[in-house]
Design a protein around this ligand. Structure first.
Ligand code: CDP
Length: 219
């Protein structure tokens, strides 16, 4: 079974998807990790050059894969790159990667392969619309910008003491704008999805709410 969770940046997708997957004994597939991983790999190359040749080169010569019981560790070849995925430099460049149709095509194929072997709660931007249009349950998480910015700020402040709230908010707005307006698989709310506004919900509340909807429907 596939459960999709889409929504804008910092709407609570990752934590919700992880806890929901736990409760259901499903795997949690965070597709953002792939986009972040590819961005990281390209940033590390001498030239950040994106064209058909450099992209095919990258995918032919490297392996990007998730490991661990919870699919929460990302490897680039033999290197665990999970700790680098939240870097500011990645957030700044990720639109170049996520707007690219060839990269999306390759990452979507990888995501579909993983779902062949597992029951999954899959989160991202295009999961219910493009990756798994036949998902049994589709959720779309939203929250107002202030609470999303505050959540991301509190999360990142632990490791970055000089972080400014306004910068976090600005970066989220910029990324959301890119995600909703790109021509390629933009972030949209699938018509058959259930919208959940998490602005005034705790994580436990939103997980319980979604879990109950799934269980009720199965009765
Ligand atoms: O955790 P957060 O909501 O901030 O972002 P993420 O899920 O890690 O995704 C990071 C970026 O990857 C997004 O802003 C999108 O540009 C891109 N992405 C995408 O295009 N499609 C997906 N299915 C997942 C992520």
């Amino acid at each position: 079974m596939i459960i999709s969770i889409d929504g804008p940046a910092a709407s609570g997708k990752s934590t919700t998807a992880r806890l929901l997957a736990n409760k259901l004994s499903f795997k949690h597939l965070n597709t953002g990790m792939f986009y972040r991983g590819v961005t990281y790999a390209f940033i590390r190359q001498e030239n950040f050059e994106l064209n058909k040749e450099s992209i095919n080169d990258f995918f032919n010569n490297n392996t990007l894969y998730l490991k661990g019981d919870n699919l929460d560790v990302l490897f680039l070849n033999s290197e665990d790159i999970s700790n680098y995925l939240a870097l500011d430099s990645i957030n700044e460049k990720i639109h170049l990667i996520s707007n690219n149709s060839l990269i999306r095509e390759k990452l979507v194929s990888m995501q579909r392969l993983i779902a062949q072997d597992h029951n999954i709660v899959c989160e991202g931007r295009d999961i219910g619309s493009v990756v798994f249009p036949n998902a049994e349950f589709k959720f779309f998480l939203i929250a107002d910008i202030e609470s999303r910015a505050l959540r991301r700020y509190n999360e990142q402040k632990k490791t970055n003491h000089s972080l400014l709230y306004d910068d976090v908010k600005e970066a989220l707005i910029t990324r959301d704008l890119n995600d909703t307006t790109r021509s390629n698989s933009p972030l949209i709310k699938p018509l058959d999805s259930i919208e959940v506004d998490t602005t005034n919900m705790t994580i436990d509340m939103q997980v319980d709410y979604i879990y109950k909807l799934i269980k009720q429907d199965k009765k």
